[in-house]
Ligand binder design. Structure first.
Ligand code: ZN
Length: 135
């Protein structure tokens, strides 16, 4: 079940160019960087209340983020909702005729499991669900 927004993903061509805005201007808490090889990105996370801002820099021209920036430019890429049951949520979405990019969860940053819904099924807002590792 979805309980809250976990993070908002923002596509950037260079983390180094954009980290200072979030860290030094907005003064959000910088939570560090993490590479996600499955998605060919490096992410930088900032905490703001319960929500994180996730800057995504592509590590390869093949990265979905590189393709997004090429088509649409830098900017908001996706909204990620936190769930405690990603597998059953995916099954439920499929039963409601939602097109999934990921019909099985894959690895996200910080040992999370993530899955993307197809933007054609979500009003062109790229939507992610994620299940974070229990601490
Ligand atoms: Zn994300």
């Amino acid at each position: 079940m979805i309980s809250k927004i976990n993070h908002i993903g923002i596509a950037v061509s260079s983390l180094e160019d954009h980290i200072p805005f979030y860290r030094d201007v907005l003064q959000l808490e910088f939570r560090g960087k993490d590479e996600v090889p499955e998605q060919k990105v490096i992410v930088a996370m900032f905490q703001v209340g319960e929500v994180q801002i996730e800057l995504l820099e592509p590590t390869s021209p093949e990265s979905p983020i590189a393709k997004f920036i090429e088509k649409k430019g830098e900017g908001i890429h996706h909204i990620a909702y936190q769930t405690d049951a990603i597998e059953s949520d995916i099954r439920e979405f499929i039963s409601k005729n939602i097109r999934m990019i990921d019909e099985k969860p894959r690895s996200g940053a910080h040992d999370s499991k993530i899955a993307f819904l197809h933007p054609k099924s979500s009003g062109r807002v790229l939507t992610e669900i994620c299940q974070v590792k229990e601490k």
